[in-house]
Write a protein that binds this ligand. Sequence first.
Ligand code: EPU
Length: 428
Amino acid sequence: MDWTVGKMDAFIIKGKSSLSGEVDIHGAKNSALPILAATLLSGGVCVLENCPELSDVENAIEILKSLGCKVRREADRVIVDSESVSTCRVEPELMHKIRSSIVFMGALIGRTGCAHLSFPGGCELGPRPIDIHINSLKRLGVVIDEKHGHFSCTTPNGVNGVTLNLPFPSVGATENIIMAAVTSQGTTKIHNAAREPEIVDLANFLNRCGANIYGAGEGVITIDGVHQLHGCTHRIIPDRIEAATYMAAAAVTGSTITLNNVISDHIEPVYYVFREAGCSIRTYKNKLLIQSPERLKRVKLIRTLVYPGFPTDAQAPVMAMLTVANGTSMFIETIFQNRYKHVDELIKMGANIKTEERVAVVEGVKSLYGAKVAATDLRSGAALVIAGLAAKGETTVTNVYHIDRGYEQLTENLRKLGADIYRTTIGE
Ligand code: EPU
């Protein structure tokens, strides 16, 4: 896939089709990105199975190649040989392509003892500080010199295990600390660590490579430094946010669909919202069946929280779904400062939403109407697709390159389920 093409691509959706059938959930973007960075630590050949084909993932692969790794893709497997890493410098153009490139900081420090990279900066979701990453790495003995958004990280006295208490359980900071610490001297303890399933996946991958990481998925993670790692084969966990997005697609169209390749424990934090809205959810092994009523009910309160709370990444798609529910739903976004950019676009489609700072009040309307709307970030783009599926008439979603960052074959999958959606190229 040529990802540069996506810049001018749009999705055209004719709403009101009912969905049915099955959809296969892909590997998790937010697992694949840190694990790709972590392949640097192995110094050998790593085979990542179930690795999604997304522009963010391909950009992470470009960074690995620029560092001297040999990388190739065979269908859903990505094979990384990181034996011949030749530099610890990532060029700013590559850093800026993906926000999560910051996890290369910990991985490069762990592998080479140095990292020269620039900060990806703020983003559509508001300011994205990295103070917790920087302060924690400094405590591990990393000397960090920052000038104009460029970071030079060196380890004149090596990386040394220490006990850290994070002020907030940041996902990215927890990943950076783990990666910097796996090959350190001594033991590192992370108190108030992030507990997201993607952290557990990263730890499982690294342990398969020979690391000694305990407690991932719990509040305290312990890392006993080891001298060296080796390659391994690892299967990336399914994407819980992609799953929640397809659930919203089923719910908003009053449909019954089955999701294949899910880990239901990981999606459980969103169940109460769908159930309160009137959907029934049944799981069996790695399958999830969602049945939806003709009209959804309102959900009293959805507060985004760190795992195992309701995920911020599902907030926008679920809000789109509740715009047509019977009654008033309320959201409180506690994780990001500015994650309501989809609201203005949903209002263009007839939604009745009021926001004030971190609160959004959604008064359900009988129907949305097709309109030309623009994705402002990945999840806002997904929300507009959900809204388009429920709307009367035709919706055009532009800027779909945002959606390509995190949803593989979204239009193809929805079409297979019965939606009337296709991708087209439009003039700028
Ligand atoms: N924060 C700080 N200082 C830091 C780090 C974070 O103040 O040093 C704040 C952030 O500004 C934000 C909050 O803490 O307000 C959460 O940030 P966190 O570090 O936990 O998030 P992240 O690592 O930057 C990952 C995902 C996001 C997801 C969040 C929260 C990846 C690549 N990204 O981001 O995914 O929303 O965790 O779960 O794993 C997405 O997929 O759409 C997405 C944005």
